[in-house]
Structures are given as structure tokens and as C-alpha cells.
Write a protein that binds this ligand. Structure first.
Ligand code: ZN
Length: 111
């Protein structure tokens, strides 16, 4: 595996797939934001729901509160992320009505 410094994730080279939405073997290009999150739902075909947690500072209490955002991300066959995985997602063009991110890396493979 080679690490792309510009895109900040590992490129999948061993496995190949014929998925046109795949960020590595398809025609879809990656751009925009890179986010880290956990998969909370993986029932839809080639799609996973990723929850992204972030902190928001509350001035009145001088503390942080947790906020979460749910996004849909494309899970191509060569990546094969599963439920409960911690993943890195990167923005793409809109792939469907609500899906405009693609999973680029599974981060908990070694553990
Ligand atoms: Zn692929």
C-alpha cells in the first residue's frame, strides 16, 4: 500500500472492483473535506451511515458539549467496511440524494 500524502489516506491497490462510484477504481473523484467517524448502520447496498462526533464550546458554562452529525457514505466492495468500524471518509460529488461522501480507509484493522 502506498500512502498518498496529498489525500492523506492509503490507496487500495491489491483488490480491484468494478464499482463506478469507487474512489480508487471508479470514475468518481474525491475532493473537499476529510472526516473521521464510526459506522452505525451498514444495511443498505454499498452504503454506510457514519456518525461524526465533534465538540462545541458553550460559553455560558465554559465547557464543551458533544454534537454529532450523521452522514451517508459510499462503501465500495474493495474497502468493505463493516458495522462498528472507525473509518475515514472524504467528500465526493453527490452520489445520491443524501450521499456525498465515500469511505477511503478503515482505521481499526490492526486491533
Ligand atoms: Zn474499488
Amino acid at each position: 500500500m502506498s500512502v498518498s500524502k496529498k489525500l492523506r489516506f492509503k490507496m487500495v491497490k491489491e483488490k480491484k472492483c468494478k464499482d463506478s462510484f469507487c474512489p480508487f477504481h471508479g470514475k468518481t473523484k474525491l475532493r473537499g473535506r476529510v472526516l473521521l467517524g464510526n459506522i452505525v448502520r451498514a444495511k443498505a447496498h454499498k452504503t454506510v451511515t457514519v456518525v461524526i462526533n465533534r465538540k462545541k464550546y458553550v460559553k455560558k458554562y465554559e465547557r464543551y458539549e458533544m454534537r454529532k452529525t450523521k452522514i451517508l457514505a459510499h462503501n465500495s466492495p474493495c474497502i468493505g467496511a463493516k458495522l462498528g468500524d472507525r473509518v475515514k471518509v472524504k467528500e465526493t460529488r453527490p452520489l445520491s440524494k443524501r450521499k456525498h461522501f465515500a469511505v477511503v480507509e478503515v482505521l481499526n484493522e490492526s486491533s
